[in-house]
Design a protein around this ligand. Structure first.
Ligand SMILES: C[S@@+](CC[C@H](N)C(=O)[O-])C[C@H]1O[C@@H](n2cnc3c(N)ncnc32)[C@H](O)[C@@H]1O
Length: 257
């Protein structure tokens, strides 16, 4: 299993599901950070542009990078709708290897909404941190948002976790989800089944996504070993103190001057 797998299949459903879960609650945080740091800004794993597009309204010169073609197609649509073509460039690539971006020298590299949890092995994490260090300016910021403690989720089998309609449409969607844990490897596996119904027609899409969750302590330790200094660790999008039950785990790291 690889953490980059499954996203092509998820792409048509990603915005539908996330409008009902994370929504926009992190957007103001990323816009504020980008305004303070200034451009150029790179988003690792930009997906459908949920974060990159609003950030490109706040600062010029944003690059969104993702490995999934299907996610990037959704992002291109959002770019056209949001009319940010001039300030946002979308690039297909892998977060573990960014040398082709080195000439850009980013002021801020963002890893929102658990993107780094798609890295399933330590060598993938090391390669990504080294790559980010290579494309950041001296003094530049690497900002990471982790989905807390996936490891503590209880396992369940084929639960209907969401139901609804596509916006304004006649298509009804249900998400039937199972969660499995491989605690020794710190992996959480989501088996997803999206069922679309339109009139009497029914289509089923099945795929799995795998995430590896490091603790905040493990993450900051790895960042320090890679050559970053840790600026802040917070537990919400307003800069509140981090604690083990915090809503989100945000780490701000800096490349030394
Ligand atoms: C949880 S989504 C986050 C999307 C977006 N950042 C957001 O906040 O909505 C994770 C994204 O990371 C991408 N991804 C996973 N592994 C990757 C890798 N090794 N290189 C590049 N992109 C990757 C996936 O294709 C997916 O679009």
């Amino acid at each position: 299993m690889e953490g980059w797998q499954g996203w092509d299949d998820y792409a048509p459903f990603y915005d539908w599901e996330n409008a009902r879960t994370v929504g926009c609650r992190d957007i103001r945080f990323w816009q504020g950070l980008a305004e303070r740091c200034g451009g150029p800004v790179l988003e690792l794993g930009c997906g459908t542009g949920r974060v990159s597009v609003p950030v490109a309204r706040s600062v010029d010169d944003v690059v969104g990078l993702d490995r999934s073609d299907a996610m990037l197609r959704q992002a291109r649509r959002r770019v056209r709708r949001g009319r940010v073509d001039g300030s946002l460039r979308l690039v297909r690539g892998d977060v573990r290897s960014l040398p082709f971006l080195a000439a850009s020298r980013f002021q801020l590299v963002m890893a929102p909404y658990g993107v780094l949890q798609s890295l399933l092995r330590d060598r993938d994490m090391r390669a990504t941190m080294t790559s980010v260090l290579g494309v950041l300016r001296r003094g530049g910021t690497f900002a990471i948002d982790l989905v807390p403690d996936l490891q503590s989720w209880r396992e369940y089998d084929r639960r209907v976790s969401l139901r609804g309609r596509r916006r304004g449409g006649a298509t009804r969607i249900s998400l039937i989800e199972s969660v499995r844990q491989d605690r020794a490897k710190r992996l959480t596996i989501f088996d997803q089944e999206f069922v679309e119904r339109r009139g009497r027609a029914r289509t089923t899409h099945r795929f799995s996504l795998v995430f590896r969750t490091l603790s905040v302590r493990q993450m900051t330790g790895r960042l320090r070993r890679a050559g970053f200094t840790i600026e802040a660790v917070s537990g919400d999008y307003r800069g509140g103190a981090w604690h083990p039950e915090a809503d989100t785990w945000i780490v701000l790291a800096r490349k030394p001057r």
